[in-house]
Design a protein around this ligand. Structure first.
Ligand SMILES: [Zn+2]
Length: 262
């Protein structure tokens, strides 16, 4: 069966059954913990914790974060904390997902459109050249600051399978992502919170989601403990994943893996 007709069939099946997004109908709830920026220490630790529970981490990195001229973005994204593509390729080799999170962490809605387009292309070109196994047509482009607009989304989706932007920009009456309008061009809405410790926010948001009817919830996180904007503690992540893998109706997956299942 051609991929496109498979997608259409699956989408229709989802409508008929009320089960969102994926063909595995035993899972009504899909959760993606989408970690940003590329903090070396945190990202290795996040990967280890996921591995302890048989899960793949969803890691999004800045293409230029490791370069000598990379400058601090704010109080949290600091050059000395960032890993490089040797690190990211090691983590990909261990089965984790590494996806693009901008060229140099600009808010693309605040710069001229042509410059924004160039930044997206430079980022995706760098991933194509430097990340093992990377393919645009399986990629999720994760906007810096969860900031985009319909023109940027349309442009990025000419190259990538999905974009991740602010949930408040694209989700209306629900906190979760449901069946996409166009299955080959998915705009994901993600929630986030900061700048302080996010343990309680994360646990409360996941619990609310689990009490609801289901869908695909994407939560945007950053580093662990003292790294990144709105960090979560190592113990919180460990405790949460340990609990979540016991819930039958729930699947914890990186975004790109979910897209493959649509
Ligand atoms: Zn970021």
């Amino acid at each position: 069966m051609l991929r496109r007709s498979f997608i259409k069939t699956t989408a229709l099946g989802s409508l008929a059954t009320g089960i969102p997004f994926i063909s595995d109908s035993s899972k009504s709830h899909i959760l993606t913990l989408s970690f940003d920026d590329g903090f070396k220490k945190s990202f290795y630790r996040i990967a280890e914790i996921h591995e302890a529970y048989g899960l793949k981490a969803c890691l999004n990195v800045i293409a230029t974060g490791h370069m000598p001229d990379f400058k601090a973005v704010d109080d949290w994204i600091l050059p000395e904390l960032m890993g490089d593509f040797n690190d990211w390729n090691k983590l990909v080799g261990r089965g984790h997902e590494v996806m693009p999170h901008s060229w140099k962490h600009l808010n693309l809605t605040k710069i001229p459109f042509q410059q924004a387009q160039e930044n997206i292309n430079k980022c995706l070109d760098y991933f194509t050249d430097h990340l093992d196994g990377y393919r645009d047509d399986q990629a999720v482009y994760n906007y810096a600051f969860l900031a985009s607009n319909p023109d940027l989304d349309k442009f990025a989706l000419q190259r990538v399978a999905a974009v991740r932007t602010g949930a408040w920009l694209v989700l209306k009456d629900t906190k979760v992502n449901m069946k996409p309008v166009a299955p080959s061009a998915i705009t994901l809405g993600a929630w986030t919170n900061g700048p302080n410790n996010n343990d309680q926010y994360l646990e409360d948001t996941v619990d609310d989601f689990l009490e609801g009817p289901g869908g695909w919830l994407v939560i945007n996180l950053h580093g662990l403990d003292n790294e990144g904007w709105g960090p979560i503690s190592t113990t919180c992540l460990d405790r949460l994943l340990k609990r979540l893998i016991t819930i039958d109706k729930l699947s914890v997956q990186p975004a790109g893996e979910v897209i493959k299942m649509i």
